[in-house]
Design a protein around this ligand. Structure first.
Ligand code: PHE
Length: 455
């Protein structure tokens, strides 16, 4: 017997939940740096072309499977492939989500430390103390207190996600997204306007947006594609899971396109919130953790009203990361409840418990477990690299092959068609299906190969 599944209550709730999954650390710490260092708007053009031409069809393909089967990602392929091989493929998506959430909560924990650090701003973030603060927050301090702090904050981050998830699809995820997503957009917009109005910000805006085609190489394309996949949460089953909760009359094509547009806007605005401020204070933008957890705090201490901007900024990053974490956990929770034998509350507990184990190992790999080397580096690196380079890519590849070759164009269209101009256009669906069937598999295999060569 298949269990009763909840549906999102409104189209807006569904859209905001999917956008919440997409908008996350990928937009806020990866994109701004990639944009600046890969030729500014030259990179932006390549990114947007890839996102709209290649990722729209892949997004639709994931949405299609969720909406068609109305099952969790482990069981969605039972009817398409028969349970045996179907579940092998389904487990790739589950591993993808599980590995991603395991390292994502570690960074979530750092954000919590920084958010609280903002309240003792002048002491913690001063030029003399920031390195120490960073080491302790990230569990690299070499002391039990530092290892404990990073582990506890990661577990706290996970626990907050779990509390939201206990509320279920409508009262948990939908309600959370409806409240936080608008706040998120206003906050990042405010920080971006402030940052761009600082003296000397023009240099940063130029760095971000001035096209420099001499920086475009083969790896620019693989960087842009990798970023697009990560940013749109493809290959983790999140979109499939959320789409499986969609109501009959929700507009699939409109929801997918709006997600892509909003996610891209958010990434660009994040760039404008971060990089101009970095240049205004004569610093150099670094990548990833260093940019967010070292350069920016130092800038906030130099900025007028910096403590308030810091609080708003870290709160924004926190919400963005939290909504992504929620979507990743929901993939696993829907799988556990999918048998019909486990209640939602218990499923949240099981998934949280399992993630505490792997998440703690990832945390401790910055401190006491630093010596353990796995393929890719430390335990944290292993989870990060395996999920992005292997599971997510395999997940997307399998998905486009199944949709393109096993399921027909007619069904693809009839499940996704809606009343919007594009959603009712045959030409649009022909192009989308063609890309899913022919172009996407070739491009995904190419990125995989490039990824392996570059590592
Ligand atoms: N899209 C999220 C980000 O940009 C990350 C994520 C990947 C979330 C896969 C869910 C699934 O940070």
């Amino acid at each position: 017997m298949s269990p009763k599944r909840e549906n999102f209550n409104s189209k807006l709730g569904l859209l905001l939940a999917i956008v919440g999954s997409a908008v996350g650390l990928g937009n806020m710490w990866r994109f701004p740096y990639l944009l600046g260092s890969n030729g500014g708007s030259a990179f932006l053009i390549i990114y947007l072309v890839l996102v709209f031409i290649l990722c729209t069809p892949i997004t639709l393909a994931e949405y299609y499977v969720g909406r068609k089967t109305k099952k969790d990602c482990f069981r969605a392929f039972d009817d398409i492939l028969k349970p045996g091989p179907g579940r092998i493929f389904g487990s790739i998506l589950c591993f993808s989500a599980f590995f991603t959430i395991s390292y994502y909560i570690v960074v979530g924990g750092w954000i919590i430390s920084y958010f609280f650090g903002c309240f003792n701003f002048n002491t913690f973030f001063s030029a003399d103390n920031i390195k120490h603060f960073e080491n302790v927050a990230m569990g690299m301090g070499g002391t039990p207190a530092s290892a404990l702090q990073s582990t506890i904050t990661a577990i706290l981050f996970l626990a907050i996600s779990a509390v939201v998830l206990c509320g279920g699809v409508v009262k948990g995820i939908e309600k959370f997204s409806k409240i936080t997503m608008p706040v998120l957009f206003f906050l990042i917009l405010f920080v971006a306007i402030y940052s761009c109005s600082l003296d000397g910000a023009e240099e940063g805006i130029k760095y971000l947006l001035k096209p420099d085609f001499s920086k475009v190489t083969g790896s620019t394309f693989s960087n842009a594609l990798g970023q697009a996949f990560m940013s749109l949460s493809l290959g983790c089953g999140t979109l499939m899971t959320y789409a499986s909760y969609s109501q009959k009359d929700s507009n699939s094509v409109r929801t997918s396109l709006l997600t892509i547009i909003l996610d891209s806007c958010f990434a660009i605005i994040s760039g404008l919130a971060i990089i101009p401020a970095v240049f205004a204070f004569g610093m150099v933008p670094g990548q990833g953790p260093e940019l967010l957890f070292n350069t920016l705090p130092r800038i906030f201490t130099l900025m007028k009203g910096g403590s308030l901007v810091a609080v708003l900024f870290f709160f924004t990053v926190f919400i963005a990361a939290l909504s992504s974490a929620i979507s990743l956990m929901e993939v696993l929770i829907s799988v556990v409840t999918g048998s019909g034998k486990v209640s939602r509350g218990r499923a949240v507990l099981y998934v949280t418990a399992a993630t505490i184990i792997t998440g703690t190992l990832c945390c401790l790999s910055f401190g006491p477990l630093n010596g353990i080397k796995l393929p890719g580096g430390t335990i944290f690196d292993f989870f990060n690299i395996t999920s992005t380079n292997i599971f997510m890519t395999l997940g997307s590849l399998g998905l486009v092959l199944l949709v393109g070759w096993k399921l027909g164009k007619k069904d693809f269209k009839s499940v996704l068609a809606d009343k919007t101009p594009l959603g009712s256009s045959d030409v649009f669906f022909n192009i989308m299906f063609f890309i899913v069937r022919w172009v996407a598999p070739i491009v995904i295999v190419t990125i995989m190969v490039l990824g392996f060569i570059n590592n």
